[in-house]
Every structure is written in C-alpha cells, then in structure tokens.
Design a protein around this ligand. Structure first.
Ligand code: ASP
Ligand code: MG
Length: 404
C-alpha cells in the first residue's frame, strides 16, 4: 500500500475500450488500498492531428497558440477516463496541468517544469479519497499562460509529479512490455530486462530505444523515483528502472541500440594549428547544435581533417554555418553524409570488463561491417556505420552478447 503514480501513453488510451481497460487498471490499484494519481497522454494520434489542423490555418502559428491548442488533447483523454472510472463506481476527479499545480518556465512548446504545487492533489487524495487523473504534457507559466513540455512530455509530467508527491512508485504504462536488450520488432532473440539502472536507461533512450522520454529518466535519477515500464495490454511485470540493479544473469551489457537520427560532417583540409577545434565547436555550440562523436585525423602536409556527428536534422544548418566562416576557420571543404547510423552497446558493468569493446568489434568484423567512427564512455561503446549495415550489425552484436 502506498502512493502510486501511473502514466498511460497515447496508445493505451486510444479508444473507448482501451480507456475502460485503463480505468480497470487504475481502480484495481486503488482497490488494493493504494492512493492513485494517473497521468494521461492524449488519445492515439490526437496531438499529431491537432498540429495538422493548426498547419491548415496558419503554418507559422505562434508557439503560445500551439500550446493552447495541443494541451486540449490531454484534457479529452483525462475527462473521458474519469467518466469511465465514475461508471465503475469509484471516487475520481480529473485535473488539468495547471489545476494540478504544474509551474513551468515560458519556453512555449518545450517548457521545463519548475515546481509542482501538490496541495490540490494531496487534498483530493487525503480528504476526498479520490483517484486523481492529471493531464500530462502541460503546465502554466508565470504569465498564467498554458505551456506544453515538448513531444512525449507526459512521461516527464508523471515523474515530476511522483517526485513532488514522494510517491512510492511511478509506473509508466505503454504499448511495449518493458525495456528490451534490443528493439524486439527488429532483432531476433531480443528479451525483456527485469531491471536496468537510470544511467543505462538514459543511454539506451538517447541511443534511440524510444521507450521513455529522456528528461523523465534524468528527473527520476535526480529525485530517485522508482520507475517501472510496463504494458497496459499485458498483465505482467515490466522493467524496473532504478539506481543500482542486481544482475541475476551474468550479462556484460544491458542492450544494443540503433540511432538513425545522426549525420557525419567532415571538415577536410583544415590547417594544422592550435585553436581550430575550439572555433568550430564553439560556433556550433552557440547555435545549440549538439556534437556527439568527434574524430581528428593525424596532420599531413600541414593539414588535417576533423569529422564529427550531429543530429541528422541539424546537418544542413551545421554545414551552412561552418561554410559561412570558411575563410576565417580555414578549411578546404565540408563533406556531409546522412547515410550513417550509430549503433551502441550499453552496460553499467562495462567499466570492469576490458574485453567488451573488442567483443563488439569482433561481431562487426564477423558480419563484414566497416566501422567509420568509434566513441566510448564508462557505460557505452558507440560505432558509426553505413546505414545499410545497421540491421545486420545490431543483430550480429546482439547474437554475440546474448546468443546461446
Ligand atoms: N500528447 C503529447 C505527444 O503526443 C505528449 C505525450 O504523449 O507524452 O507528444
Ligand atoms: Mg510517449
């Protein structure tokens, strides 16, 4: 018994039948003696549909009005869910983000949560013994304007609320049964993990294993919110995300991830003198272009090449920006390659195991895949590959680490 925050994603509340299923999950948790706060996303494709509607009216609508519009999707699912719970005969109240006390900054359409004033929710739980349904993805800024948290932001709403309420558990209900060793739709033999650490989850999420919104995991780590990722369609335990995990099975890594949102830029013929890397990467930094893997070739004939990766959507912007400063930076030309993919292995146990990277490279060699770039951290090894090699590479690496 305790206080449980449950979050249900768009597919879990997509239609009446699914909403009723969610109402059953929530009321069952309540019936077992828990206080329950449920955070909901908009139904199915509602948010996409609203964005499309806005485009028809004004493709350059202000972000403030976009937030006004997009926040309505979550109101619909929450009101309907509350009605479904009423129909089952349980006390329930639905609240918008602002009624629930979500205060954000004023960065419309990607606002950050500053605080959650939980008095109202607490009163509903303690005094009225109500189940509380809260709209995800939204809050109020200091001007009393509605803001939204960015796509997929309901996970973050749920974790922030769990932290503010000091909830015993935050369950993220979604359409997959948990976090897997690789994408189960594409990789043979991928299996569900019982537990994973926050750090591993963060790496897997930012490597493209899109189960949880990244910010929600960062928040969970910071406030030590116990998370569980599970399916609203299967009645079984999911994956627990926590500080430290005890590994039952002796696996060296927790998963393999593939990230397609990446492009490689190469500055060719850069002068071999101090200060160039500083200029290049501070220019990109000022424009908020995140650089991931960096590789500098050995100088030859007084020139060298600097290659690096950025998000694929940032590739043109980065190339244009650097070309603008071509004279002052001093390079011959820029190559842009968008047909690349980043494949990573992630595991907290990697630090103590020197053979892990070699094992990964061995799998790639066996699969005849060429590596373009490599980067490593304490819990991750990433390689940049040709896009066409990606699936074979992931499968080969997965087989190597998780095969019989
Ligand atoms: N409805 C919002 C979206 O589609 C927020 C969320 O689902 O988390 O991005
Ligand atoms: Mg989501």
């Amino acid at each position: 018994m305790g206080l449980i925050v449950q979050k249900f994603g768009g597919t879990s509340v997509a239609n009446t039948e699914r909403l009723q299923n969610v109402a059953r999950i929530i009321t069952e948790t309540y019936r077992q003696g828990n206080q329950v706060v449920a955070v909901l996303s908009a139904q199915g494709d509602t948010t996409d549909d609203l964005i499309e509607k806005a485009r028809e009216v004004n493709p350059r609508a202000s972000k403030r009005e976009m937030d006004m519009l997009l926040s309505t999707g979550e109101q619909i699912s929450c009101a309907l869910c509350a009605m479904a719970i009423e129909a089952l005969g349980f006390p329930v109240v639905s609240l918008t983000g602002w009624q629930a006390g979500f205060q954000t900054n004023s960065n419309y359409s990607s606002a950050k949560i500053k605080t959650v004033h939980t008095e109202r929710i607490q009163a509903e739980l303690d005094r009225n013994h109500s189940i509380v349904i809260v709209t995800g993805f939204q809050g109020l800024n200091k001007y009393d304007d509605i803001t939204t948290l960015g796509r997929g932001g309901s996970d973050t709403s749920a974790v922030a609320l769990a932290a503010a309420l000091k909830a015993d558990l935050c369950q993220i209900y979604t359409d997959v049964e948990g976090v897997y060793t690789a994408d189960p739709r594409h990789v043979k033999g991928a299996r569900k993990l019982e537990e994973i650490t926050f750090d591993e989850m963060l790496e897997l999420a930012s490597q493209g294993a899109q189960v949880l919104h990244n910010r929600s995991v960062e928040l969970a780590k910071k406030y030590r919110v116990n998370l569980e990722v599970l399916s609203s369609f299967a009645n079984k335990p999911g994956t627990k995300v926590k500080e430290v995990v005890k590994r039952m099975e002796k696996t060296q890594i927790s998963g393999v991830a593939k990230d397609k949102n990446v492009a490689r830029l190469a500055l060719v013929g850069v002068e071999d003198k101090p200060g160039i890397a500083y200029r290049v990467f501070s220019l990109l930094g000022k424009e908020d272009i995140n650089v991931d893997i960096i590789l500098q070739s050995i100088g030859r004939d007084d020139t060298k090449d600097i290659s690096f990766t950025v998000k694929r959507d940032d590739a043109e912007k980065a190339a244009d920006l650097l070309n603008e400063y071509k004279e002052s930076i001093g390079f011959d030309h820029i190559d842009v390659d968008k047909e690349v993919v980043k494949v990573s292995i992630v595991g907290a146990g990697m630090v103590d195991d020197a053979g892990v990277a070699a094992k990964m490279f061995g799998a790639l060699y066996d699969a005849d895949v060429n590596i373009q770039m490599i980067s490593t951290s304490e819990i991750k090894v990433s390689v940049l590959l040709d896009e066409n090699d990606a699936n074979a590479a992931v499968q080969a690496i997965h087989d190597k680490f998780f095969g019989e």
